[in-house]
Design a protein. Sequence first.
Length: 244
Amino acid sequence: MTSTDLKAKKILIVDDEADVTALVAYNLRAKGCVVETLNDPTGSIGVARSFLPDLVILDVMMPDLGGMQICKMLRADPLLKTVPVIFLTAKAEEHDRVQGFESGADDYICKPFSTKELILRIQSILRRAAAGLTGAPGAARHQAGGINLDVERHAVTVHGRPVELTATEFKLLHLLMERRGRVQTREHLLLNVWNYETEIETRTVDTHVRRLREKLGTEADWVETIRGVGYRLAERRVTNPPAA
């Protein structure tokens, strides 16, 4: 995705620091984005429902309503649950990042930040979302047990029940199902799902796999952990033998 591909993309920025929202908004508008900013987080869900952004940027630490709470509210809203979310925050510890991903975020960037890097991350996430919505050439349906994935419809069901996945979770599951039986290293997943270079910590992958398994429910064991290497989608389901 080139910078021109950001033209007319709708971005909502929620941060209680006005200088941060002004800086990010200025750079995104220079790329052609349509930007809404909020310094009062309490109105964020209402604005998001009317604005219907392509992506939301959230600060984590804000008075009255924190970014992680807002992210969970977005994920629970029928209109907004698949909108990608980036956290932009001063909380840089690993457990903070993990907590951010577990709340439903697609990316986590620490302050102070590079606006160039932020824009590249936004492009990467929107590219994943677009790929998930349009499907890849020759893409079809994939099935493993009770899991059905329809690339063209960007839909996943488990035993016929719709499962709502974020764009990142959908691409992760799609990649595993498309390469069923083949081990995908964490580094390979970071490069092909997140478009990150391998210096980014691989805990990002583990957190998203855990969230994906939770959503797959009784079919979660199709996603196998290959200790010390990565993950794969099983070729067949292994059941425990009956007790003697």
